[in-house]
Design a protein around this ligand. Structure first.
Ligand code: NAD
Length: 260
C-alpha cells in the first residue's frame, strides 16, 4: 500500500466548559482543524446547540452534561468519549467560574466551589485524560488560567487563588507527565468578550467604550478566537518543545504601567 492510501485516524480533542464562551470557540477551532471533539459542560441546551453547529460545518462532535468538580461524571465523560471517538489526544481545561465577594464576608462554600470547579476540576480531568494519553505515548493538555493569577482587583480571592493554583499545577504536571510524552501548558487570557459566544437564547451584542479599548496596547478587547488559536498551537507538534509554560494573551493589558 502506498503512503497516499494510509488512513490517518483523526485526532480527538476534549474540552471542558466548551459549550459557550471561549470554550465554544476552542471546540469550533479544533473541529474545523480536523479533530473530533468531545465537550463537557453543565449547560445541556448550549452543548446540544454546539454539537449541531459543528455538525452543520461538517465536523464531528459529541456532548455530555458534566460538572468537572464531580469525579464520577468526569470518569463517565472520558469513558464514553473513548468508546465513541476512540482516543484522546488533547484536553483543554477551560471550565471556570468566579464567585467574588468582600474578602471579610466571603462564605467558605463559595471559596470551596470556585476551587472545586476551577482547580480540582482541572486536576480531575487532567489525571483521567492523561491515563488515556499514556496509552498513545503522547498528548497535550492546555489549562485556561487567567491574568488574575498574576494580578488582582479587590475581592477576587477565590478566583485568583484557583487560577494561581492552575499555573502551579501546569508546571507540576508538565514535569510528572513529560516521560509519557504528554505536554502541559497554560494560557492566561486577559479581558475576553464572550457575550456573542453564548448559546443563542442568551447571546448579546458586545459594546466597548474607547476607554475599554485603550486599556489594551493593541487597541481592542480580546475575542474567544484569540485564545482558541493559541490552544490549537500549543496542542500541535509545532509546539513539541514547549511544556510547563504560561502564555499570557491579553492585548498587552498587564504590561501597561498606569500612573494617574
Ligand atoms: P463562560 O461563562 O462564557 O463559559 C464557561 C462555560 O463553562 C459555560 O458554558 C458553562 O456552562 C461552563 N461551566 C461552568 N461551570 C462548569 C462546570 N462545573 N463543569 C463544566 N462546565 C462548566 O466563560 P468564559 O469567559 O468563556 O471563560 C472560560 C474560561 O476562561 C474560564 O476558565 C475563565 O476563568 C477563563 N477566563 C476568561 C476570561 C474572560 O475575560 N472571558 C479571562 C480570563 C480567564
Amino acid at each position: 500500500m502506498s503512503n497516499e492510501h494510509v488512513q490517518m485516524s483523526p485526532k480527538v480533542a476534549i474540552i471542558t466548559g466548551g459549550a459557550q464562551g471561549i470554550g465554544r470557540a476552542v471546540a469550533l477551532r479544533f473541529a474545523s482543524s480536523g479533530y473530533k471533539v468531545s465537550v463537557a459542560d453543565v449547560d445541556k441546551e448550549a452543548g446540544l446547540e454546539l454539537v449541531k453547529l459543528i455538525g452543520k460545518a461538517g465536523g464531528e462532535a459529541m456532548f455530555l452534561k458534566v460538572d468537572v468538580a464531580e469525579q464520577q461524571e468526569v470518569e463517565r465523560w472520558i469513558r464514553v468519549t473513548v468508546q465513541e471517538l476512540g482516543r484522546i489526544d488533547v484536553l483543554v481545561n477551560n471550565a471556570g467560574i468566579g464567585k467574588n465577594g468582600p474578602v471579610l464576608e466571603l462564605p467558605l462554600e463559595a471559596f470551596d466551589r470556585v476551587i472545586g470547579v476551577n482547580l480540582r476540576g482541572t486536576f480531575i480531568c487532567s489525571q483521567l485524560a492523561a491515563r488515556e494519553m499514556r496509552k498513545l505515548g503522547k498528548g497535550a493538555i492546555v489549562n485556561i488560567a487567567s491574568t488574575r493569577a498574576l494580578m488582582s482587583e479587590p475581592n477576587t480571592e477565590a478566583y485568583s487563588a484557583s487560577k494561581g493554583g492552575i499555573l502551579a499545577l501546569t508546571h507540576a504536571m508538565a514535569v510528572s507527565l513529560g516521560g509519557f510524552g504528554i505536554r502541559v501548558n497554560a494560557i492566561s487570557p486577559g479581558w475576553i468578550e464572550t457575550g456573542d459566544w453564548q448559546k443563542s437564547s442568551r447571546a448579546s451584542v458586545p459594546v466597548h467604550s474607547e476607554r475599554d479599548k485603550l486599556q489594551h496596547p493593541v487597541g481592542r478587547v480580546g475575542k474567544p478566537d484569540d485564545i482558541a488559536a493559541a490552544c490549537l498551537y500549543l496542542a500541535e507538534d509545532s509546539a513539541s518543545f514547549i511544556t510547563g509554560q504560561n502564555l499570557v494573551i491579553d492585548g498587552g493589558m498587564t504590561v501597561k504601567m498606569i500612573y494617574e
